[in-house]
Write a protein that binds this ligand. Structure first.
Ligand code: 3PY
Ligand code: MG
Length: 206
């Protein structure tokens, strides 16, 4: 169960960190949050035990590596539409030989210890958003990317690329069928699948 932080506030981050979520994601894509407030929000979230994730604005290695260095335990990356993009994304999250992440875990090494780099590839989560028809066409290739840990479904972008209204908690049969297709394909590869939900009821159903 993943919580979502769109408000740029250390206090709301601290409160959320105490609410029993398994993970909490700071949203730097559509939330009102940037790097300078995401870092103190992660410091505030150290009060709780939830796994701290960040959704980056786009597939760009610089911000992915800075957030991981600052203590993010995993990255959710929007709009991964091809195997090439999946490989570039995973590579930014993982050190060699799995990827090309640069060495410099300034804050991550403080929470995790001096052996951070030795264990980071096994611990850091690289989660690709599947949220377009293009991604569904390339699903098998994307999900076969070595080092990819899971997928996160963006129902509103998915609906938009299907020519449907972009609603959270969709009930449209075609949108739901595509959501099921993504979940089944991810599970068949042993990958976790998450989905963005707008209500507790829909989240429980998912
Ligand atoms: C989507 O619905 O497209 C999302 O990315 C949810 O945050
Ligand atoms: Mg989206």
């Amino acid at each position: 169960l993943n919580g979502w932080l769109g408000i740029p506030s250390t206090f709301s981050a601290e409160i959320m960190s105490k609410q029993d979520f398994d993970s909490i994601t700071i949203d730097l894509q559509h939330g009102l949050t940037d790097y300078s407030i995401a870092v103190p929000m992660m410091q505030a979230m150290s009060a709780g035990d939830a796994t701290m994730l960040c959704r980056v604005p786009w597939l760009e290695a610089g911000i992915i590596m800075k957030l991981l260095d600052a203590g993010a335990m995993g990255i959710i990356c929007p709009m991964i539409n091809s195997a090439d993009e999946a490989e570039k994304f995973v590579g930014a999250c993982k050190y060699t030989p799995l990827g090309y992440r640069s060495s410099g875990p300034v804050r991550a090494a403080i929470y995790a210890g001096a052996d951070y780099i030795a264990n980071a590839n096994d611990e850091i989560l690289a989660i690709a958003m599947i949220e377009t028809m293009e991604a569904i066409e390339n699903l098998d290739a994307i999900l076969s990317t070595p080092g990819l840990d899971g997928v996160y479904i963006g129902p509103t972008d998915l609906a938009l690329t299907m020519g449907k209204p972009p609603v959270l908690d969709p009930t449209d049969a075609d949108v739901v069928a595509n959501i099921e297709k993504i979940i089944d394909a991810a599970n068949a590869k042993g990958l976790g699948a998450g989905i963005h939900c707008g209500s507790p009821e829909y989240a429980a159903k998912m």
